[in-house]
Design a binder for this molecule. Structure first.
Ligand code: PXG
Ligand code: PLP
Length: 442
């Protein structure tokens, strides 16, 4: 058996078909991580890497938190698994109660899943079931948005708006899905600080879709408040409010996908609170367990939940996962929320945002930088694509930053940063000096 921390040979890398990875390129020159603590990873050779993306937007309290390790170990010893159907265990109820305490007021109920993709499919299914339970079974159409990422389930790629994630499965996507236009408008909004000024009117496209299909056929609209994976698209001022108003006027449910925005990334517990717009459901994952154990959740409003509880006796929703509310994930989630609370991490991004913004916009003027956009502890730096080779410039920046000891994320021609919320100002400076030097070819 190979030593899990030793460098691996080419043949040892073959069995694992890696997700969202250029497998052949990676396996020819692997980038491996072997250890993590606080703000850092270490490679198997012992090189220290500053984590500027919280793993993959999820390790919000930093790595190796003892409280989580101990809670998980203790839960594993006490009871590693309990069936979630027609049975329960205390940690599931406890975690739901803790989540509801930090959620926007009407969202008082929690459905547990194991990932963001499952949360999205769950929320879409609840939306369809809710309209049907209220006697509006014709409301079956779902509306997503261009340049949205909602995970990789068939529901998520259908409402999602990323061509490479859809084109191969084009004939098998959910029927009856439309897309709003995305809000990216560099001609008017490049180098905006925080929410961009222009583009709220793009929400009015929802009125056009309603006029086309009739509201009586539309179930729900799903959007990421800030689109993460597709390159950090921050909602124009007034845009989310406008979506909410239109949904309300036409009896359409509004779902916020906060798999990235949730758990303090924007400076509030959830983007819904940060932007002052309350959706009917919020999808979560990632930061829920600090990335330690896979888990997702859907926050559901009283209004939606109550309809099911007033329906016929028996199972109200024929949906669930073997690992819904897995005891080990619940233990990790409870420990994580405890850390967030004790250390004020769900609002800490606010106190760092000004420093973050200054450091970020100092990149303006570096070669090929065509936009810098920021909110809370999120950053997107958009680079001018190399003609005919989209994405390669930002990928090159990602590799060079890694070689210089900083982990960033590349998406298309955007370099994205989203550090653990425990980040110190000096570490922010290190991230930006490395990124700046790489961009300037120094
Ligand atoms: N919704 C949103 C908004 C996400 O960001 C998912 C759903 C799916 O979650 P799971 O747990 O099924 O992966 C995500 C996931 C990137 C990147 O490069 C981001 C995600 C996944 C992969 C890459 O930014 N977010
Ligand atoms: N496939 C089979 C054959 C199953 O029995 C199950 C669950 O019992 C699933 C898929 C779904 O797995 P999960 O509940 O972990 O999503």
């Amino acid at each position: 058996m190979s030593n899990a921390t030793a460098p691996m040979s080419r043949s040892e890398l073959e069995a694992f078909w890696m997700p969202f990875t250029a497998n052949r390129q990676f396996k020819a020159k692997p980038r491996l991580l072997a250890k993590a603590s606080g703000m850092h990873y270490w490679t198997p050779e012992g090189r220290q890497i500053l984590d500027a993306v919280a793993g993959l937007w999820c390790v919000n309290a930093g790595h190796g938190r003892r409280e989580i390790v101990q809670a998980v170990a203790s839960q594993l010893e006490t009871m590693e698994y309990a069936p979630p159907f027609q049975m329960g265990h205390p940690a599931g109820f406890a975690l739901a109660n803790e989540l509801v305490k930090i959620s926007p007021a009407p969202l008082k109920h929690v459905f547990f899943t194991n990932s963001g993709s499952e949360s999205v499919d769950t929320a879409l299914k609840i939306a369809l079931a809710w309209h049907r339970a209220r006697g509006e079974a014709s409301r079956t159409r779902l509306i997503g948005r261009e340049r949205a990422y909602h995970g990789v389930g068939f529901g998520g790629i259908s409402v999602g708006g990323m061509a490479p994630n859809r084109k191969v499965w084009s004939a098998s996507l959910l029927p009856g899905v439309d897309h709003l236009p995305h809000t990216h408008d560099p001609a008017r909004n490049a180098f905006s600080r925080g929410v961009p000024a222009h583009g709220a009117e793009r929400a009015d496209e929802l009125e056009r879709l309603i006029a086309l299909h009739d509201a009586s056929n539309i179930a729900a609209v799903i959007v990421e408040p800030i689109a993460g994976s597709t390159g950090v698209l921050i909602p124009p001022r007034g845009y989310l409010q406008r979506l909410r108003e239109i949904c309300d006027a036409h009896g359409i449910l509004l779902i916020f996908d906060e798999v990235i925005c949730g758990f303090g990334r924007t400076g509030s517990p959830f983007a819904a609170q940060e932007f002052g717009v309350t959706p009917d459901m919020i999808t979560l994952a990632k930061g829920l367990t600090n990335g330690s154990v896979p888990m997702g959740a859907v926050l559901v409003s009283d209004r939606v939940y109550d309809t099911f509880m007033q329906g016929p006796e028996g199972i109200e929703l024929f949906h669930g996962y073997t690992y819904s509310a897995h005891p080990v994930a619940c233990a990790a989630g409870l420990a994580t929320l405890g850390i967030y609370q004790r250390e004020g991490l769900l609002t800490r991004a606010k106190s760092l945002a000004a420093h973050w913004e200054e450091a970020a916009h100092a990149l303006r003027g570096a070669p090929h930088v065509i936009d810098v956009r920021n909110y809370g502890l999120i950053l997107g730096v958009e680079l001018e694509p190399i003609p005919g080779k989209p994405g390669t410039r930002a990928f090159d920046v990602f590799v060079k930053c890694f070689e210089r000891g900083v982990l960033v994320r590349q998406s298309g021609d955007v370099v994205a940063l989203s550090p653990p919320l425990i980040v110190e100002p000096s570490q922010i400076d290190q991230m930006f000096s490395t990124l700046g030097a790489v961009l300037r070819g120094q």
